[in-house]
Design a protein around this ligand. Structure first.
Ligand code: F6R
Length: 376
């Protein structure tokens, strides 16, 4: 990745006083301490005792920062899962879901309308339900309805709580026989994350810092992040972190679908191409067919396109996935700082949730949950 580093970028990103001044709520600290959070999340997940009968499919119900852990799980287990694993971002669960389905209901706040509605749906369909949340109505009703749950630490922006929302999904999926031999990867992942967050730390100057360099490179453009295989959900994570931390539009796509439509979108983009930058996620273990596709696709992009690569680190699949997530998280925060934006608040989401509240849908779901809890 070659990036022209302006003095302006260095003066913002390498000046700790300026960094602290813009990152008022300390989003960077969640990136810096990522390995530690995975350690705590693993301990908490391993303490969960759970007893469900044989299951036929797994659905992770959640939205936004609470759903992305489900996407990572889906990619992680895709090749070895004994049953289908799907993410549901909706008010209701897919039609096939029944009492033989395991539904992980994940909402960091425990207050998300769609997720509460999916929880209601799961209880009504008598699914095997497990909730992951820091509290809210979700855990209130889980307790009253006798649904097992894991209460994760509060006080994080939901997207920064990814370690606590993703880790239990992996550990419990393994314990319930959905997949085997994946959670042992956390130990390597934590040591790799410790190294990557050290390399991307705020004290490391732009000239030596992959995340700062990428933030400088994509600044002023709409980043389009390209994943493949186990990096599909990682690409989505990059996109949502660019949205919520840096407050910019962003897009994500995955191979090899890219080569059947997206690639044509660049063909006659003309001056539109200048509005975008392309970020390719790369992996030393990428299968040769993906390696070829990525190289050919890059070669077909218009001359002068802003093209970047992010390379995963580590040996195991979990370490490689999470190392890329770590670089993306740091990059989105540095991009926010470059733009003079506090990464933490997501005012528009708060406004939207408040306006939606007036529609009465959430209250209706809560009344139904009340009725259900009262009748037990
Ligand atoms: C991430 C974020 C949102 C929420 C989403 C759902 O930081 O703010 O993407 O994750 O609105 O809310 P929760 O996670 O509380 O269910």
């Amino acid at each position: 990745m070659r990036v022209v580093v302006s003095e302006m970028a260095e003066s913002v990103l390498d000046d700790m006083n300026k960094v602290r001044g813009i990152d008022k709520s300390g989003m960077l600290s969640f990136c810096v301490d990522m390995a530690e959070h995975y350690g705590r999340a693993l301990e908490a997940a391993e303490r969960v005792s759970l007893c469900f009968s044989v299951l036929e499919n797994v659905v992770i119900a959640g939205m936004g920062g609470s759903a992305i852990g489900g996407e990572l799980l889906k990619d992680l287990v895709r090749e070895d899962a004994r049953v289908p694993v799907e993410v549901s971002r909706a008010y209701s669960l897919p039609g096939y879901v029944d009492e033989r389905s395991l539904v992980f209901v994940v909402s960091y706040s425990g207050e998300t309308e769609e997720t509460l509605s999916s929880f209601l749906d799961a209880v009504r369909r008598k699914c095997m339900v497990f909730c992951v949340s820091s509290g809210g109505r979700l855990l209130e009703f889980a307790e009253r309805l006798g649904v097992p749950f894991l209460r994760v630490p509060s006080g994080f922006p939901p997207r920064a709580a990814l370690p606590y929302l993703f880790t239990p999904l992996v550990v419990l999926s393994e314990r319930l026989g959905v997949v085997s031999g994946v959670s042992e990867g956390f130990s390597e992942a934590m040591s790799v994350l410790g190294r990557v967050s050290g390399e991307c730390a705020p004290e490391v100057p732009v000239s030596n810092n992959v995340a700062k360099g990428l933030a400088v490179g994509v600044n002023g453009s709409v980043p389009v992040v390209y994943g493949f295989g186990v990096f599909r959900g990682v690409a989505q994570r990059f996109k949502t972190q660019f949205n919520e931390n840096a407050k910019i539009p962003s897009k994500w796509e995955f191979f090899s679908e890219v080569d059947h439509n997206e690639v044509v979108g660049w063909e006659r983009a003309g001056s539109l191409a200048e509005c975008f930058s392309a970020v390719f996620l790369r992996d030393k273990a990428e299968p040769v067919e993906f390696r070829n596709r990525i190289e050919i696709t890059k070669g077909l992009m218009p001359a002068g396109s802003k093209v970047f690569e992010v390379r995963s680190q580590g040996e195991g699949v979990l370490a490689r996935m999470l190392s890329a997530v770590c670089v993306g998280d740091f990059t989105s925060v540095y991009l926010a700082l470059l733009r003079g934006v506090d990464p933490t608040p997501v005012d528009t989401i708060s406004v939207l949730k408040a306006r939606m509240k007036q529609s009465g849908t959430k209250e209706k779901v809560i009344r139904e949950l009340e009725r259900l809890a009262g009748s037990r």
